[in-house]
Write a protein that binds this ligand. Structure first.
Ligand SMILES: CC(C)(COP(=O)(O)OP(=O)(O)OC[C@H]1O[C@@H](n2cnc3c(N)ncnc32)[C@H](O)[C@@H]1OP(=O)(O)O)[C@@H](O)C(=O)NCCC(=O)NCCS
Length: 153
């Protein structure tokens, strides 16, 4: 199902009260989703945890952390009904701006080599491949490697 929004989504801090709705999206769009506890720990750790909403619709969310001049993007997700409409790119742009504003000179992330949408999004922003973590992710048949990508901010 695809959905159309009349106004741009806005970013608000992720609250623990958002987690039931957020987990419905997370469980739908990932084969190996984060748990609610992963999100709760990220909120409590003071990471950048945002939800992205418009007109009451839950468009997406993200989790990133900034420490010692480096940022790490841990989760960026757009609900299936709103994918391929430019929202992922807009949310990523806001994350990069916030990370830069918090003093990060570089941002890292991990992505599955099989994640075409993620790779396309990051490639469009100029992320470059800087490493490979072998067997990083759970996969249907054993483990899947992670590509480590980075972008200078
Ligand atoms: C990855 C994700 C955040 C992208 O968000 P989105 O709103 O769908 O992406 P956008 O519409 O902003 O498109 C960004 C670019 O990715 C491309 N893209 C998006 N979905 C794609 C897909 N399924 N296959 C191939 N390319 C895709 C777009 O064409 C666009 O590239 P272009 O400008 O060169 O055409 C979204 O697909 C998602 O939440 N996926 C599931 C969760 C996930 O994998 N998160 C990333 C984990 S590393």
């Amino acid at each position: 199902m695809s959905a159309v929004l009349q106004s741009d989504p806005v970013i608000t801090p992720m609250l623990e009260a958002d987690l039931p709705e957020l987990m419905q999206v997370e469980d739908r769009i990932y084969e190996f989703p984060w748990s609610a506890g992963n999100f709760r720990d990220s909120i409590r750790a003071g990471y950048g945890c945002w939800v992205y909403r418009s007109e009451g619709a839950f468009v997406g969310y993200c989790v990133f952390m900034v420490a010692a001049g480096e940022a790490h993007l841990l989760n960026i997700s757009i609900a299936d009904a709103y994918q391929r409409k430019g929202y992922g790119a807009r949310l990523l742009r806001e994350i990069l701006t916030a990370a830069r504003g918090q003093g990060a000179a570089l941002i890292f992330l991990e992505v599955r080599p099989s994640n075409e949408a993620g790779l396309r999004l990051y490639e469009r922003f100029g992320f470059r491949r800087v490493g490979l973590r072998r067997g990083y992710y759970t996969a249907n048949s054993g483990r899947e490697d992670a590509l480590v990508l980075a972008l200078d901010l």
